[in-house]
Design a binder for this molecule. Sequence first.
Ligand code: FAD
Ligand code: NAI
Length: 472
Amino acid sequence: MSQSYDVIVIGGGPGGYVAAIRCAQLGMKTACIEKWQDDRGKTVLGGTCLNVGCIPSKALLDSSHQFENITRHAKEHGIVVESARIDVGQMLKRKDKIVKILTTGIAGLFKKHRITLLEGTGSLVSNRQVTITASDGSVQHVSAKSIIIATGSVPAILPQAPVDHERIVDSTGALAFTEVPEKLGVIGAGVIGLELGSVWRRLGSEVTVIEALETFMPAADQEIAEAARKELIRQGLHIQLGAKMTRCETRGGKVRIHYEQDGEKHDLEVDKLIVAIGRKPNTAGLRAEVVGLKIDDRGFIETDGQCRTHLENVYAIGDVTHGPMLAHKAMEEGVAVAELIDGQKPEFDHDNIPWVVYTWPEIAWAGKTEQQLRSEGREIRVGNFPFMANGRARAMNDTAGLVKMIGDAKTDELLGVHVFGPNASELISEAVLALSFESSTEDIARTIHAHPTLSEAMHEAALAVDGRMLHL
Ligand code: FAD
Ligand code: NAI
């Protein structure tokens, strides 16, 4: 007889494991199916985010940031470092240790909440039944009153640059280079290209980023994107916009990239090439077609905006369904879907999902851009405040960037906040909270911000909306 559960979650990434925890908290008998194995063949939870995404990339971003501070900026502080070199092996070991601690932590949370981990690939049999095929080929049948699909995403493939995991890699390979490539090419000036390009540039690579679009970071506010582009170029990143890659070949241990830009042909020889042109929803092995699950032409599972698929009792969350491919979006959907199954009426604010790019300075935003609002015909007021005029940023020697705040010209409702600056990833939470509470820019202007903090730049940008900043 097959085991039966209240809820089966397929996929144990941030969407799936959070959904499982919340279901268990609400008293549901919960199982989670996961197929990810570490290099020793042990099943690990955490999905892309913990194993090859958010966490390992931030571990390397932090190591390389510290290296750059020591090698380039220590002197300004009066710290004399005679010689500093990077031990890539140790840097990777630290990253792997962090991943292990966190993935083991999720396994511990599963035990705490009595969630059953089913190891293998989950495939749908019906809207209540799933089979699990383990790595040894054995098959198990389980059933549930509800099924949550959280199977995530995988890197998109570029036929002109097939990943060989040696010279041409995807983001996973770029987190594991065993030495600093002398010359590094990156296809795609998106989030991964900028973050991982920055990591290896800081460690000494000459990095060229080849981007097909003419516009840098089209999703970001263009004033902020332009400030970021200039600063990243100043730091040494070569960014080629409007560059169409035609082909590439690997020869003599090098990769030769051919691309066209402004009607001219170029080639570039690099030691490694990272392909980072986006990610695709992952429904491989799910046998969605067997149960007739609706999938759109880009591969996303279709949902009704509340994570319900068109099959009764079957839900989809995270990267495999519409919306930004972000871990915090997946997690919030995980919570919402568990509460929905429990009969509650959860709210999920899809309009106020923050975006962060963890370059240094960081880029972060929430709400709408000036370009979006103007194209909608909204009358707006904009307040900018540069970190140059912020005392704490001065004390930190981190004065590049600005905060930009946008409010409605008549009602003063806060409509968007865009930050390029130190710790923008942390600063943006205040904006998300204010947007969620439908605050005015005046609300932020009237809020006391501790001195001296970077958050005072948020305060000043809010004052600037009304033309009354105090320190500029
Ligand atoms: P995933 O994390 O992809 O998890 C899906 C899980 O399902 C996987 O463990 C997979 O093995 C399992 N699975 C798939 N199919 C089956 C099946 N049939 N049976 C059983 N198991 C299955 N986002 C951020 O918000 N911030 C960041 O800083 C950030 N950095 C990133 C850096 C990199 C390099 C990358 C690649 C991504 C980054 N992301 C970041 C994106 C983030 O990792 C994803 O948005 C997030 O992991 C999505 O969560 P998910 O649960 O939907 O899917
Ligand atoms: P992306 O969508 O952010 O960027 C891909 C870039 O590649 C785009 O600028 C696109 O125009 C360009 N491109 C596409 N095809 C190309 C081609 N043939 N030649 C040249 N350029 C081409 O995707 P990316 O960087 O791969 O990241 C995938 C997703 O992972 C992100 O969208 C994001 O959701 C998530 N992520 C989030 C992070 C964060 O929150 N800090 C960090 C890393 C990833």
